[in-house]
Design a protein around this ligand. Sequence first.
Ligand SMILES: [Zn+2]
Ligand SMILES: [Zn+2]
Length: 279
Amino acid sequence: MGTANYHTHCDLDDGAGRPREYVTRARELGFAAIGFSCHSPLPFPCDWVLSERSFAEYRSEIGRLKGEGSLPEVYLALEVDYLRGVWGPRAPEVASYGLDYCVGSVHFIDIPATGEHVAIDGSAEEFARCLAEGFGGDVRSMVREYYELVREMARHSTPDVIGHIDVIKKNNPGSRYFSEEEDWYRAELRETIETVAASGAILEVNTGGLARGRTDSVYPSPWILPECLRLDIPVQINSDAHRPEKLDFYFAEARALLREAGYRKQAMLIGGAWRAEEL
Ligand SMILES: [Zn+2]
Ligand SMILES: [Zn+2]
């Protein structure tokens, strides 16, 4: 049973702690591998992603840690946003970075009238503004647009790992805007995992919403996991760590959820190749 974490940030983007502190913690935890996936630079100003300058430092720092060659294995990755027609995991710039893999995530929805990119996993106020200004208060349209973006990314800009697939629930505490029990919501997520299955990408089980007290379940919500297994979607457990001490947050519980759903393997990058390892 191997353990690793392929979705981690650090003090060079919006996390805390030097990359080396994460590696040290991963070693203490007996991880086989750690992959750094800071937020990739974006083609517009954004204060929580790597800047051109911090990206250069990031690459050289992770390269240095990789070069030390001791366990855990260290990998250089990015969490790349998908922006319709503008940017994504398969953008030529991203291919030129020489990454070991990439996590693809949707954090932004555009407000059609202004073209503004609004982060839907940020503050409750920002989410409410996107809903009001972009969708006239129609939450179904906004949720549909979110999942449509994830599907587009999976189809046309396929990452190695799909990041926090249902992060749209982050600003829905107490089912404030929608219920995950409703048929229309479940149909959206189901259609999305079918697209992920066809893409061949790995689906992460991400404990980061719980780690930051923003959700009461992992991404994706556990009810969908047996359906992911039926579609033969490879999975892996990540904590989206923004602090070294969160590297294995809720891992035991996430593993139990996956086993309960019937999973016995998780996808791990070991020796430079993705493998199905005992869960
Ligand atoms: Zn993210
Ligand atoms: Zn992340």
